[in-house]
Design a protein around this ligand. Structure first.
Ligand code: TRP
Ligand code: SF4
Length: 400
C-alpha cells in the first residue's frame, strides 16, 4: 500500500473504553484500515503528561485498551498497533523538534490553557505538558502520515504539526548556494523593499500565506533596479518552497459521536453516564432501564416527544427504520410505554457487546496474544520511523 495515504492516530491510555469511543473514533479506524496503511498508537507518554503522579492507571489500561480495539474489529493483520514508549524515535524526534519550536506556538494552542484550568487539581505547569502537542506532532511526522483521524478537539494539534513541518522544511530543506545567491541580490531592491520582500518571503514560505506571495510578486515586478536575471532569481527564491523533508498532515475530523451518554450529555467517564464496550448484558439492561426519558412523560398515558428523550438518541444509532417508526408513533400517541421502547434498544446493544466480548475472549484468555501483537507492532513502527529519523538528523547536521 502507498505510504502517500498513510494514517496515524492514537489514544491516551486512561482506562477502559466506552461506546462513545467506539462510535466516535474506533469504528472509523476499523473502516480506514482496509483502505490505508494505518498505524494505531497507544499514547502512554501522552498519558504521563497529565498522570505523572499516579501512573498505575496507565500501566493497567494499556493492554485493556488494546483488547478493546481488537474487540471493535481493529485487525492486527491490517493495521500496525503499537505502544508509543516502545518506539524511542517518538521521544527523539520530539526533542529534536523542540529546538525549532517557538514557545509562543505551544502557549497559544487552545487545549493548553483549557486543560490547565480543567485539571486544576493537578500541577500542569510542567515542561512535558507544554510539549504535549509537540510530542503529538512528532508522532505524526515520524510516519509521514498524510491523514490523522481525530476529534474536533484535536484539530489544533494537527494544525501545529503542519506549522512545525513547514518550519522544519523551511530551515533545513534549502539547497546550498541557492539561498546565498538570492540573498546577494535582495539589497538591490532598496532598503525598504528589501525588508518587505524578506517579510513576505517568510509569511509565504513558513506560514503558507498565499496573499504574501502575490504581494511579493508585485513588488518584484515593480522593482526597476534589477536585471532580468536578478529578478528571475528572486522570483525563483520566492517560489522555492524548500525541499519537503517532513510531510504536512491533514486532520480527518471524525464527526462528533452521535452517541450521547445515558443522561443525554456527552458520554464521558467523568459524567458517570457510560456504557462500557464490553459491558455485561445485565448491566446494559439495568443502565438503560434506569435512563431518564422525556420529563413530560410522567404517566404511561402521557404522550412524549422523542426529541426530548436521550433514549431516542440511542435508537437513532442502534435501531432500523421500522423500530424507529414504531418508537415515533408509539411515543407521540402514548401507544407504548418507555420500558417497551427501551426493549429493542437493550437487545441491540447487548448483541453488539456480545460481539465485542466474543472477539475479546481469546485475548483475555491468553495475554501473550496481545503482547505479541504489540511486539510485532513496535518492530514495524521502529522500522518505519528509522528512515524519518535518519533524514531529520542529516537535515539537522547531526548525522556523522
Ligand atoms: N492527543 C490525542 C488525544 O488526546 C492522542 C494522540 C497522541 C494522538 N498522539 C496522537 C492522536 C497522534 C492522533 C495522532 O486524543
Ligand atoms: Fe423516550 Fe421512548 Fe419513552 Fe418516548 S417512549 S419518552 S422515546 S423512552
Amino acid at each position: 500500500m502507498e505510504n502517500s495515504s498513510r494514517i496515524l492516530s492514537g489514544m491516551r491510555a486512561t482506562g477502559n473504553l466506552h461506546l462513545g469511543h467506539y462510535h466516535g473514533a474506533i469504528k472509523n479506524w476499523v473502516n480506514l484500515q482496509y483502505e490505508h496503511e494505518c498505524y494505531f498508537m497507544v499514547a502512554d507518554i501522552h498519558a504521563l503528561t497529565t498522570n505523572y503522579e499516579s501512573t498505575g492507571l496507565i500501566a493497567s489500561s494499556v493492554h485493556e485498551m488494546v483488547i478493546d480495539w481488537l474487540a471493535c474489529g481493529v485487525d492486527p493483520s491490517q493495521a500496525v498497533i503499537f505502544i508509543q514508549s516502545e518506539v524511542p524515535a517518538h521521544a527523539e524526534l520530539h526533542l529534536l523538534l523542540s529546538m525549532i519550536t517557538p514557545l509562543s506556538w505551544l502557549e497559544r494552542v487552545p487545549t493548553y490553557k483549557e486543560q490547565i484550568e480543567k485539571l486544576s487539581n493537578r500541577d500542569l505547569g510542567t515542561y512535558g505538558f507544554l510539549g504535549y502537542p509537540l510530542l503529538q506532532s512528532a508522532d505524526i511526522l515520524l510516519y509521514n502520515a498524510k491523514f490523522v483521524p481525530v476529534g474536533e478537539d484535536q484539530v489544533s494539534h494537527v494544525e501545529l504539526t503542519r506549522e512545525i513541518a513547514r518550519r522544519f522544511n523551511y530551515i533545513y530543506g534549502r539547497e546550498t548556494g541557492f539561498e546565498e545567491k538570492a540573498r546577494e541580490v535582495i539589497p538591490k531592491l532598496g532598503h525598504k523593499r528589501a525588508l518587505l520582500y524578506e517579510e513576505l518571503l517568510v509569511q509565504y514560505q513558513q506560514e503558507g500565506n498565499d496573499e504574501a506571495l502575490e504581494k511579493a510578486r508585485f513588488l518584484l515586478k515593480d522593482a526597476v533596479n534589477l536585471s532580468l536575471g536578478e529578478r528571475e532569481r528572486l522570483f525563483a527564491f520566492l517560489e522555492n518552497k524548500s525541499k519537503v523533508i517532513l510531510t504536512e498532515p491533514q486532520a480527518l475530523v471524525t464527526a462528533a459521536s452521535k452517541l450521547p451518554g445515558l443522561d443525554g450529555q456527552k458520554m464521558s467517564k467523568s459524567y458517570n453516564n457510560t456504557l462500557m464496550l464490553r459491558e455485561a448484558p445485565d448491566t446494559i439492561s439495568k443502565k438503560i432501564k434506569s435512563m431518564q426519558t422525556d420529563p413530560a412523560r410522567i404517566r404511561r398515558t402521557d404522550t412524549g416527544d422523542p426529541q426530548k428523550c436521550p433514549v431516542w438518541q440511542l435508537h437513532r444509532v442502534y435501531s432500523n427504520e421500522e423500530v424507529k417508526q414504531w418508537v415515533q408513533t408509539g411515543c407521540t400517541t402514548a401507544g407504548i410505554g418507555c420500558l417497551d421502547c427501551k426493549g429493542p434498544l437493550i437487545e441491540s446493544i447487548q448483541a453488539e457487546s456480545e460481539q465485542f466480548r466474543e472477539r475479546a475472549r481469546p485475548y483475555i484468555e491468553d495475554r501473550n496474544l496481545v503482547r505479541n501483537i504489540l511486539a510485532d507492532g513496535a518492530e514495524k513502527a521502529n522500522e518505519t520511523t528509522e528512515d524519518t529519523l535518519d533524514m531529520v538528523k542529516s537535515a539537522m547536521g547531526i548525522k556523522y
